[in-house]
Design a protein around this ligand. Sequence first.
Ligand SMILES: Cc1cc2nc3c(=O)[nH]c(=O)nc-3n(C[C@H](O)[C@H](O)[C@H](O)COP(=O)(O)OP(=O)(O)OC[C@H]3O[C@@H](n4cnc5c(N)ncnc54)[C@H](O)[C@@H]3O)c2cc1C
Length: 300
Amino acid sequence: MNIKMQRNDLPKVRGEYLFDYALRSQSFFKVGGNCNVMFIPADVDDLLQFLTKKSQDLKITMLGNMSNILISDYGIQGCAIQLKNLNKIDFSDNYVEVQAGTLLSKFISTCTKKEVSCCEKLCCIPGTIGGAIFMNAGIPGFEISDVLISVSGVNFSGEKRTFAKDELNVTYRCGNIPNDFIVTSVRLKTFSKDTSQILNEIKELQAKRLKSQPIGQATCGSTFKNPSGARAWELIKQAGCDKLSVGGAKVSEKHCNFLVNTGNAKASDFVKLIDIIKSKVFEQTGYKLQEEIKRIGDKW
Ligand SMILES: Cc1cc2nc3c(=O)[nH]c(=O)nc-3n(C[C@H](O)[C@H](O)[C@H](O)COP(=O)(O)OP(=O)(O)OC[C@H]3O[C@@H](n4cnc5c(N)ncnc54)[C@H](O)[C@@H]3O)c2cc1C
């Protein structure tokens, strides 16, 4: 990456700037180059200060916990933003307001202790609330939009806005959040449920996952969306792609819609593997698979 960015090029903030920051080790695929700068705002006001004062041509990329993104080997030009310090959870009678940087796991364990049912079905998803809303994360029979009331945030120019659920037209694995919008908090419906009942449901879901998914390996979960009326993993198997690999990128032996990094993969290996799977599945089954994972960064 040839752009060198310095503190003087950026607004004064209370949060952290990390220059020429390596993303590879944090990303769930363990691939990708550096970003010119990573900004971790101290709070929402700090984020607003940054957005209203930054140069207009500074490119912004939002990152959650990086569990659903393939980062380019050339990295991310401009500024990546992570909301690690936005992790407040405020309970009211029938709803909860939760900030976007909160990990689903932390949110669910806080709810469980308070005998509050909300998103416990998403207990095995390793993302943040912001990432889950952007992706409309879910499992068969439940997605986060089922309990969504509203999404609040700010656009890249610093203008605040709240979207009611109905304004978003959420669909399968797509929260339909505008591309220049940063989710800072969401309001979700809550119900009361015994802690022990929630814990039992979580235990069952975790046991199921352990059997069927390559937990502990470098992966971003399902690579492709399920086409309507079919399951991506069945189509991949049917097309004979369940044992394919390119460089260090390999189709998981446990779940063939998951791709894993066997140690030294590049983002370009994953891209080649994805393209091969797409064309073989199309040739063999007539289905055009669509990626669920998001490509982030430059020079694809
Ligand atoms: C082992 C494993 C199992 C998984 N199982 C499931 C599953 O069952 N169901 C499922 O739906 N997903 C699953 N996933 C995928 C992933 O965890 C989810 O998509 C998750 O919601 C992504 O959240 P994240 O914070 O990691 O977002 P990231 O991967 O960092 O980002 C995803 C997208 O959201 C955008 N984004 C993130 N935060 C914000 C924000 N605050 N404002 C605006 N945009 C934002 C990013 O720009 C990017 O486009 C799995 C992943 C793994 C590794």
